[in-house]
Each structure stands twice: as C-alpha cells, then as structure tokens.
Write a protein that binds this ligand. Structure first.
Ligand SMILES: NC(=O)c1ccc[n+]([C@@H]2O[C@H](COP(=O)([O-])OP(=O)(O)OC[C@H]3O[C@@H](n4cnc5c(N)ncnc54)[C@H](OP(=O)(O)O)[C@@H]3O)[C@@H](O)[C@H]2O)c1
Length: 232
C-alpha cells in the first residue's frame, strides 16, 4: 500500500528535499507550504499535490486537514517540518513578540497540526508523526565543547527545539497508537542559516527519510540524527 505523507514547510530547504526524496521512493507526498506561488511552484517541480498551510493559523491548518481528507483520505506520516529562527538580534534585544513568533511557528504549530491531523492519522494502519527538531534543542549537545551546537548562544530557537523534542516524547507516551519521533537534521545549508550549514540538504534529510521509511516496529519516542540516537 502506498504511504501518504504530508510535509509542512516543504516549498524549500529540508522540507522540499524530504518531499523530493520520498516522492522518488514511490510514496504519495502532499506538499504543504504557506505561500500559494512558492507552494505551487515547488509541487509542480516534483509532480505532487500542493496543500496550502500556514502552521500558525488554526483556520489554515483546519483547511489543510479537510483538503487532505477530500483528496488523499488519510495520512500515514505527518512531517512537522516548518520552522524559523526568528530575528537575528542580540539576546538583550529579544522581545516577547519575538518569542511568540518563534514558539508559535516551531512549537505551538506541532500541537495545532497534530490535533487537526489526528483523525486522518487514525485512518492509517501504521500512523507516524515526525517532528523536525534540532541538536540546538539538546541540553547535552549545547554543553559539549566539541559540538558546534555549544558555540551558539541564541535563547529562543534552541528553547523552542527543546520543547519540540519534549513534545514528541510526551505525545509518544500519551498516544501509543501513533509513532512520534523527532529528527535532528544536523547543520545544513539552507535559507534558515544563510546557507552557512556544512551539510547538503540530502545529508540533512537522512534522519527524516529514515524515520519516514522505517518499519513501524522501529518504535516511538526517539530522537535521532543521521548517525543514530541524539542525547536529549
Ligand atoms: N538547516 C539546518 O541546519 C537545520 C538544523 C536543524 C533543524 N532544522 C529545522 O529544519 C526545519 C526546516 O528548516 P530549513 O533549514 O529547511 O529552513 P528553510 O529553508 O528556511 O525552510 C523553512 C520552511 O518553513 C516554512 N515556514 C516558516 N514559517 C511557516 C509557517 N508559519 N507556515 C508554514 N510554513 C512555514 C518556510 O516557508 P516560506 O518559504 O514561506 O518562508 C519554509 O518552507 C526547521 O524546523 C528547522 O528548524 C534545520
């Protein structure tokens, strides 16, 4: 049976590469993006269906779920990929509004989208949710002097990704009928970091693709990168 995969923020970067690779592997991908032009263009390049979704907007998320229900009828794998770093300003200049934007896009969105998509996931024989977190949200890696994650001081994005990983673990415990796992892409050249990342997008999507293609028995409540388990 074909696996039906929905990816948020898939018009570029890691989301787009994930859509490309999973389509190439023969899965049915619905490509989520907030901007109609960018979304249609990306979906057109891959020959997949575009689904408009702004993950910060309840009504938009509900419309996306209804759209998938009408077209694909279910979701086997939901990939919560959309994310932002927020404004690049010194920590002293960060405001409540900055925090609201980063947490709304990176964290609240996961609750919002997961909630709206649960009925579609429940129609799958092997439902899975993959949350794109980050090593920047790992307490261990951000304190390891040998890791690039320890060299960056940016309060909001790492805190939001720590929350993404914890949300994933708690959903995994609370909803054992669905596999919830988190992926750390690793430092990857995309618009998110002005293409300063050291990995290619193909390397950066290895963990996401592995979680999307592994057998259901692989388990729930895990946090992995392309080399294996990531410490929390
Ligand atoms: N690149 C890295 O080194 C790295 C490392 C660890 C984790 N990550 C995570 O990987 C994920 C993808 O990042 P990326 O590097 O591929 O960044 P990117 O190239 O900037 O792509 C981010 C995507 O998220 C979308 N997005 C942002 N806000 C949205 C919203 N409100 N609703 C819907 N879509 C929205 C963007 O859409 P627009 O084009 O419309 O802005 C874009 O498609 C993020 O969760 C990021 O935190 C990245």
């Amino acid at each position: 049976m074909t696996t039906i995969i929905f990816i948020t923020g898939a018009n570029k970067g890691l989301g787009y590469e994930t859509a490309r690779r999973l389509t190439e592997l023969g899965h049915t991908v619905a490509l989520g993006a907030r901007d109609p032009q960018r979304g249609e263009a990306a979906a057109g390049r891959l020959g997949v269906r575009f689904v408009p979704i702004d993950v910060t907007d309840d009504a938009s998320v509900a419309r996306a779920a209804a759209d998938i229900e009408a077209h694909e009828g279910r979701v086997d794998t939901l990939i919560n990929n959309a994310g932002i770093t927020g404004r690049r300003v010194s920590a002293a200049d960060l405001t409540g509004d900055d925090a609201r934007q980063v947490f709304d896009t990176n964290v609240l969105s996961i609750v919002r989208v997961t909630h709206a998509f649960l009925p579609l996931l429940e129609k799958s024989d092997a439902p899975a949710v993959i949350n794109v977190s980050s090593g920047m949200g790992s307490f261990t890696l951000t304190h390891d002097p040998d890791r690039v994650e320890s060299t960056i001081a940016a309060p909001l994005y790492p805190a939001s990704k720590a929350a993404v990983t914890m949300l994933t673990m708690q959903y995994a415990k609370a909803l054992p009928g669905i596999r919830f796992n988190a992926a750390d892409p690793g430092y990857t050249a995309t618009d998110l970091n002005g293409h300063g990342g050291t990995q290619t997008v193909t390397e950066g999507t290895d963990a996401i693709v592995a979680l999307a293609t592994e057998p259901a028995a692989a388990g729930t409540g895990r946090f992995i990168d392309r080399s294996g388990p990531v410490p929390w």
